[in-house]
Each structure stands twice: as structure tokens, then as C-alpha cells.
Design a protein around this ligand. Structure first.
Ligand code: AMP
Ligand code: GLY
Length: 418
């Protein structure tokens, strides 16, 4: 089987690496780290004509579209229309991530538990609403409705922070057009977890849980990021909790999409927050979480390629094998991430312990030298029989990755080790 993975970040590196254990993998456009594991072809993730030509020229059996932006832009629609089975929803289903307003509407229509919210296009009305919420003792999450890759959310403990957030999104347009419409949502207490589910026409299969660390700095301080590190398994998320989430958060929204004529073959990422005993849905994404998937692939045995293929062709999905091990990923980020990451520093990589794996997220080659060009640069992952062992290996490996201004959190998985 020959698989084309579309994208070039840490998620796509993890996918390409794992899928290449069971199939021949090509990645477009990939990155220098991915190129060490599989063949990379310089066709952009939005270049649908180029991708379709690549599928034809190389007799690709199916395509896995990694990131959300091409999905929202309809890249999967076009590849499917050209006759190639594709893992990743069409543009209509991708609205679940592309528009928070749409996704909240679907949650409401299908009865998925979610925080109370209202959508605004007028900053004055948004500010009035925020003041009224704080006046009755509520706190808010201020969210850009458009796609801002997990960064367009300001969790506001005070009315001042909320009003400032509304101004930054709607007036200053800090997140560009993504902030033209905002959602104001009741702040939920937490803790937070997510479920990654492979969805097909006939059934769905959830993968092992990986816990993300969203804030930039140790102790869950600093701004929200796309994720600074993950570990798996997560003992406090019980199988019963996952089963409940499947019944209350996953099934209803898939059904609601089907009712609206949306066929969804791809990943449903449910971002959840505990509100007492209830798992409340914060958001859906339509791609694998990153860096969640970097830890998850290290826990999968056989059958991942087959599961994605089955979803892509609309067949019953067989659950991939899950290993009896533990894994962890520590993200090494660029100085200034997530606000204004510095870019271009040369990277040196020293000796790595065995069982450590680097997933490149934001690297490129400049005159033959590896340089740090993204906010999140490299995910340093490790697996071992137990979490403490995996933790030790990953943090050893982190020391081997160096560039000017690099930083990482030193407390990934810490709460699970005590
Ligand atoms: P989202 O992009 O909606 O997942 O939001 C990014 C992050 O903001 C989440 O992972 C949470 O840490 C935080 N967040 C979002 N919504 C809420 C909420 N209603 N209450 C508390 N925290 C939230
Ligand atoms: N790590 C969170 C996400 O992928 O959205």
C-alpha cells in the first residue's frame, strides 16, 4: 500500500513515521525531519492540482491530509473528487474546526454538553455581555471564531482581561479575520482532556488518551499555546469516562452531521473539560492533536494504516493494536512562542538515547544547515514500559537539541509521576 501524507509539521512527521512501518509513505511537502524517515516531495499542502498529479504519477492508494487548514479549504474534497480515497473530512465537515460558531451550533442542535456561550460580531455588544457575566460572578473564555490554531482563546478571570481580549480580537485584529466573529463562553473549571477518534461511515474508534499541556510555561503559567507536551496513558481518564464521552459528545455530533448530509471520514478531536462529573465539550477539531499524536503513535502497534484506510473508503474500522507501554513528548519551542517566535536559529542535535524519537514540527534547511523556523520546533518523544522511564529518556533527549533561544517545559507528565 502506498500512502500520501499531506502536511509538514510534527503531526505529519508522527503520522508518516508510524504509517511507514506498515506501508510505503510519501509526504508532501514534509520537512527535513520527515525526509529522514520517508520520501518528501515539494508539493504544497494547498496545491490540490499538484497533489492529485502526485497521486496519479505515484499510484497512491490513499491520502491522509494532516492539518486543518487544507481541510477547511477543501483540499480533501478535491482529492476525493479525483478518485483517491482520502482520510480527512471535506470542507463542510471541517467547518467543525474552521468555525467555532458552526461547531457550537452543532453542539447545541445535537445536545452535546458544552459551556453556555454567545456569538458576537459587534465589539460593543460583546463588551456589554462580558460586563453582565462578570457582574453575576461568572468568568469567560474569549474565543476568535475563525481558525487560530488553539491560540485564539483568552481565558479571562477578570472583566478587564475579557474586555481587553475582545478589543484585541475584534478591533486590533490580533488574529486577523479569525477575530471578526467571537464566541464568549462561560469559563469551566477543568481538568481538561481530549479524545482522538478515527471516524468512518459505519463506526468510529477512539485512540489511547494523551494529556496535553497547553500553557507555555511550567506550572501551567503563561499564554495558551498549541500544546507544549503530552503523555500517555492518562490514568485519571478512565475507560468509563471515554465511553461516556463517546455517547454524549462524539456519537451525537456525527449523527447531526449525517442528518445535515455531511459525510465525515477523518479524525474527530474532542476537546473536553470536566465540569463536576460531566465532560463538557470545549471544541472539536478535525485532525489529530499535535503533540498528542506524537505520543499516541508511540503506543500503537499494528493496524493504524489499515484503520485510516478503512475510514477513507467507508468500511468498518478495525481498532489498531494498543501497546502496553507509556510515552511522552516534550516540545522544544522557539524564543517568543506563541506570541512572536524568533526564527532562523541553527539547530544542533547531539546523541540521542535509544527509544527517543524526534518529530520535527518547525524546522527547515538553509544552505544545508537545519534551522528553527516554527514556533514549536521539535517534539522530543520517548516510549518505555513505564511512564517514569519514558520521562527520563525524553528529558535526556531534550538536552541533545539545541538552538539559540530554545525553551521547553520541564514539567510534562509531572503530575502523573507523583
Ligand atoms: P480551544 O481552542 O477552544 O480548545 O481553547 C484553547 C484552550 O483554552 C483550551 O484548551 C482550554 O485550556 C482553554 N479554554 C477554552 N475554553 C474554555 C472554557 N470554557 N473554560 C476554561 N478554559 C477554556
Ligand atoms: N494540542 C492541541 C491541538 O492539537 O489542538
Amino acid at each position: 500500500m502506498r500512502i500520501l501524507v499531506v502536511g509538514g509539521g510534527g503531526r505529519e512527521h508522527a503520522l508518516a513515521w508510524k504509517l511507514s512501518q506498515e506501508a510505503e509513505v510519501i509526504c508532501a511537502p514534509g520537512n527535513p525531519g520527515i525526509a529522514e524517515d520517508v520520501e518528501c516531495v515539494t508539493v504544497g499542502a494547498f496545491d490540490t492540482d499538484g497533489l492529485v498529479k502526485l497521486c496519479r504519477d505515484r499510484h497512491v492508494d490513499f491520502v491522509v491530509v494532516g492539518p486543518e487548514d487544507p481541510l477547511v479549504a477543501g483540499v480533501a474534497d478535491r482529492i476525493r473528487a479525483a478518485g483517491f480515497p482520502t482520510y480527512g473530512p471535506n470542507a463542510d465537515g471541517a467547518q467543525l474546526e474552521g468555525s467555532k460558531a458552526f461547531s457550537k451550533d452543532l453542539m447545541a442542535a445535537s445536545g452535546v454538553p458544552t459551556a453556555d456561550f454567545q456569538t458576537f460580531t459587534d465589539p460593543v455588544a460583546a463588551c456589554d455581555f462580558a460586563r453582565s457575566k462578570f457582574a453575576v460572578g461568572r468568568q469567560l473564555a474569549v474565543k476568535a471564531s475563525g481558525n487560530a490554531v488553539g491560540k485564539g482563546v483568552i481565558v479571562a478571570d477578570t472583566v478587564e482581561v475579557a474586555l481587553d481580549g475582545i478589543k484585541r480580537m475584534m478591533v486590533d485584529r490580533e488574529f486577523g479575520d479569525a477575530g471578526a466573529t467571537i464566541v464568549l463562553e462561560d469559563k469551566l473549571p477543568g481538568p481538561e482532556f481530549s479524545v482522538l477518534t478515527i471516524v468512518g461511515d459505519k463506526n468510529f474508534v477512539s485512540l489511547p488518551i494523551a494529556q496535553d499541556h497547553k500553557r507555555a510555561f511550567d506550572g501551567d503559567l503563561g499564554p495558551n499555546t498549541g500544546g507544549m507536551g503530552t503523555y500517555s496513558p492518562v490514568e485519571w481518564v478512565t475507560p468509563q469516562m471515554v465511553a461516556t464521552v463517546e455517547d454524549t459528545v462524539i456519537k451525537p455530533v456525527i449523527q447531526e452531521m449525517a442528518n445535515r448530509g455531511i459525510s465525515f471520514r477523518g479524525t474527530l478531536f474532542s476537546g473536553l473539560m470536566m465540569d463536576g462529573d460531566l465532560a463538557s465539550c470545549l471544541e472539536y477539531n478535525v485532525r489529530f492533536g499535535d503533540p498528542e499524536i506524537q505520543s499516541v503513535v508511540l503506543r500503537l502497534g499494528k493496524g493504524f494504516a489499515q484503520a485510516l484506510f478503512q475510514a477513507a473508503i467507508g468500511q468498518e474500522i478495525t481498532a489498531p493494536e494498543v501497546l502496553d507501554n507509556a510515552s511522552i513528548t516534550v516540545v522544544v519551542a522557539n524564543d517568543g512562542y506563541p506570541t512572536a517566535p524568533k526564527k532562523g536559529a541553527p539547530i544542533t542535535i547531539g546523541d540521542l538515547p535509544s527509544n527517543a524519537k524526534l518529530f520535527h514540527a518547525g524546522t527547515s534547511l538553509k544552505d544545508g544547515q537545519l534551522v528553527a523556523t516554527g514556533g514549536r520546533v521539535i517534539g522530543v518523544s520517548a516510549s518505555a514500559p513505564t511512564l517514569p522511564e519514558a520521562h527520563e529518556i525524553a528529558y535526556q533527549a531534550v538536552e541533545a537539541v539545541e538552538f539559540e533561544g530554545c525553551f521547553h517545559r520541564s514539567d510534562i507528565a509531572a503530575s502523573a509521576l507523583t
